[in-house]
Design a binder for this molecule. Structure first.
Ligand code: AQP
Length: 348
């Protein structure tokens, strides 16, 4: 497998070589986690989490932009944590916690609101796409990247492993760090570092079963732990063109092949591409192959997931401890931010 954690580690070593590296990333509890989340971000999170000081959090404030049902939000939040642990996240080696256990991020976001024009936020690609898809353009959705910047900077994040769709948001984070430093800090003592995104070029944006970006809110996902009939139904419904079985096909124009590439070794990938080009290899063959790959890849983690699902108190304890540590760090940073801004603090 070209993308097992070991390979990702090698790929990320350059970007994360500094001894000062602090890895920070969040994930929305807005639905079942899917292949796009995994290959775009989670795989890198798992590979990096025990290599550096790191903070991984479940961004439930962000998820309010799309989930406004309390039982569902709570269930999705626990599900994200359970998924990370099932995939091998070691809570002793890093911090895994819930965003709202560190409410100081909303305070930092408020400060940042004053440093970015509304017109810049209105140009956000993700914002525009979500509105085009029918989401309500409320203030939370518009300000999503500002809260994200607060999430990253409040822990002094320097490296942010994300999918390609988040590139623009990390640029906004950098601009906000720069703007804060130039507005409130002496030139030789900037408060915030400049975070770098870590985006693996070969993954880019993982397509969903309809060929659009795989996204929880688009209803086009393949869940990490989908199995049996559910998994089969989703894989078999991946959109393809109507080229007949016998005819040669272009693998690079095919959604099924785009997903196969994520799982297959280089040699297997080349073989399947050659089959496409030769003709006589149908999309049904490719889908069957993909189905087996997904099952093999996530089979063991799926078993751990179902085991952990029966132990919600254990998962909650891990989140509580992670939140406690993260909050201590965030509070220390906020004390310096408040002083830099001139917010008089009268409590100890
Ligand atoms: N299709 C994708 N391809 C590559 N990376 C992806 N990511 C999400 N979809 C893809 C990456 O997953 C990380 C966590 O994403 P998120 O859950 O915080 O928010 P998102 O990007 O908005 O994910 P969804 O599934 O599209 O959620 P909804 O529909 O609720 O907005 C990010 O690093 C993202 O790049």
């Amino acid at each position: 497998m070209p993308h097992d954690p070991v390979t990702v580690q090698a790929e990320t070593d350059d970007a994360a070589s500094s001894t000062e590296t602090t890895v920070v990333s969040g994930i929305q509890p807005s639905g079942q986690l899917h292949l796009g989340n995994y290959f775009g971000a989670i795989r890198q999170h798992i590979a990096l989490h025990d290599q550096h000081e790191s903070y991984f959090f479940i961004v439930n404030y962000h998820a309010l932009t799309s989930v406004q049902d309390n039982a569902l939000l709570e269930a999705y939040t626990m599900d994200v944590a359970t998924t990370y642990l099932a995939l091998g996240f070691d809570p002793e080696a890093s911090h895994l916690f819930i965003q709202s256990d560190v409410p100081e991020v909303t305070e930092l976001a408020w400060i940042f609101y004053n440093l970015i024009p509304v017109s810049r936020l209105e140009l956000g690609v993700s914002y525009k796409e979500k509105v085009e898809r029918g989401m309500t353009p409320n203030a939370g959705l518009l300000n999503y990247p500002v809260l994200q910047a607060a999430d990253i900077l409040i822990y002094g994040g320097t490296l942010v492993p994300v999918g390609a769709d988040q590139k623009q948001h990390i640029e906004m984070t950098r601009d906000l760090a720069q703007k804060f430093n130039s507005t409130f800090c002496p030139d030789d003592a900037p408060l915030f570092p400049m975070p770098e995104p870590l985006i693996l070029d070969d993954v880019a944006v993982v397509p969903g079963i309809d060929g659009q970006k795989m996204s929880k809110s688009y209803g086009n996902t393949i869940g990490l732990f989908d199995e049996g009939k559910t998994l089969k139904k989703k894989v078999m419904s991946i959109v393809t063109d109507s080229t007949p079985l016998d005819a040669p096909k272009d693998p690079d124009a095919c959604n099924v092949f785009a997903l196969i590439k994520l799982f297959a070794s280089d040699a297997r990938r080349a073989e399947i591409a050659a089959n496409y080009r030769a003709g006589g290899y149908g999309y049904g063959h490719a889908k069957k192959e993909l189905l087996g790959m997904i099952d093999d890849y996530f089979g063991e983690a799926r078993e751990r997931y179902y085991d952990l699902k029966d132990r919600p108190d254990y998962v909650r304890d891990i989140l509580r401890e992670g939140g406690k540590q993260a909050r201590a760090q965030a509070r220390a940073y906020m004390a310096r931010v408040r002083e830099a801004v001139g917010l008089v603090t009268t409590y100890e």
